[in-house]
Design a protein. Structure first.
Length: 349
């Protein structure tokens, strides 16, 4: 149902009055802007579904914000990162929430498993995702798009009910709940350090204060102009300037003032002079990677959810950022290395 009248809003309120769950999904466009252009919010209980056309009716956001204040209703998403970013921008209360993609990572599946594969895994249902890349800023919304929106929220409750039982049975619900808090914290902090920087630069460079100043300045320009960060200055251009100390690209840039360009050049020169050194040797990295594999097998948790390979290079700084990771991985690893603990893995294969 497309919500386009007061009567339908009243029906929505009455229908969800005693419900415990909101199954949620958003459609948006971010190809040419810094901020996501929110187009649609779809809400379901697993039976009926309601489509809120935010593009045509931005006033619905105020109504939905009031609805979301109810902390007794669980919000269920799949792959919630961008949804949460949008809702937090509009000051929505999104807690408590449950992410079926994140839960899958704690249940032995890929941390980034698609919604279609999650539905197939838990419900043995194949869904069509061909409408996923449609232009959601175009109106009117077609029947095929409405069907897509419906299916994108229709199965969330059933998946949630299966996953919550498995999380409780495997005693990993406390891990999952902590991770949802960390996810919100990460989205709010948004330091802008993406995987491209981590792959191309040494961790002592991309974690340095000077590098963060560069990223924050780009972030500010992107926000002020409402343009994608790579339109202001590309990741590859920042990496190239640090490695080659050539600034022609920056001199031609139209987004930064003369003063800002001088500031950026000085920061890049300072970073380029920074001496990098290995805090961890290759043996330690390999040991951490192998132990991560063992812990992943023991607890049936996606290895990349436990730690990324980049985490190992910054091991001393990140090992205590997460209680559940420190408990089952980092602390145990250190105690085994010191001979204080033994590790037993049954049915190893």
């Amino acid at each position: 149902m497309i919500v386009n009248s007061i009567k339908k809003i009243e029906f929505f309120i009455k229908y969800f009055h005693k419900k415990k769950y909101y199954c949620l999904d958003t459609e948006f466009d971010r190809k040419k802007t810094y901020y996501s252009k929110l187009s649609i919010i779809t809400i379901s209980d697993g039976l009926k579904f309601f489509i809120f056309d935010i593009l045509n009716h931005p006033e619905y956001l105020s109504f939905l914000k009031k609805i979301f204040k109810d902390k007794n209703k669980l919000k269920i998403f799949h792959g919630s990162d961008q949804d949460l970013e949008i809702f937090l921008r509009y000051n929505f209360n999104i807690e408590p929430f449950f992410d079926t993609q994140l839960a899958a990572g704690f249940l032995g599946l890929d941390r980034n498993i698609s919604y279609a594969n999650t539905v197939k895994k838990y419900l043995k249902i194949k869904i069509d995702k061909s409408q996923q890349d449609k232009d959601w800023l175009k109106r009117p919304i077609s029947k095929s798009q409405i069907n897509y929106l419906k299916k994108d929220v229709l199965y969330l409750k059933k998946i949630y009910l299966k996953q919550i039982k498995l999380l409780k049975k495997s005693k990993k619900l406390i891990f999952f709940n902590e991770e949802t808090k960390l996810l919100i914290k990460k989205i709010k902090q948004n330091d802008g350090i993406n995987s491209k920087f981590k792959k191309k630069l040494h961790f002592q460079i991309y974690t340095s204060k000077d590098f963060l100043k560069i990223i924050k300045l780009r972030e500010l320009k992107s926000k002020n102009n409402d343009l994608p960060k790579n339109w202001v200055i590309k990741d590859e251009e920042i990496i190239s300037m640090i490695k080659n100390k050539k600034f022609n690209i920056l001199k031609k840039n139209k987004f930064f003032s003369k003063y800002e360009k001088i500031l950026l050049i000085n920061l890049i020169k300072k970073i380029s002079k920074k001496k990098v050194y290995k805090i961890n040797n290759d043996t330690l990295i390999k040991a951490l990677e192998f132990f991560r594999y063992l812990i992943s097998k023991k607890y049936s948790i996606d290895a990349n959810l436990i730690a990324s390979k980049y985490d190992f290079y910054n091991y001393d700084n990140i090992k205590k950022n997460s209680k559940w990771r420190y408990k089952i991985f980092y602390k145990l690893f250190e105690n085994i290395c010191k001979g204080k603990k033994k590790f037993l893995l049954k049915n190893f294969s």
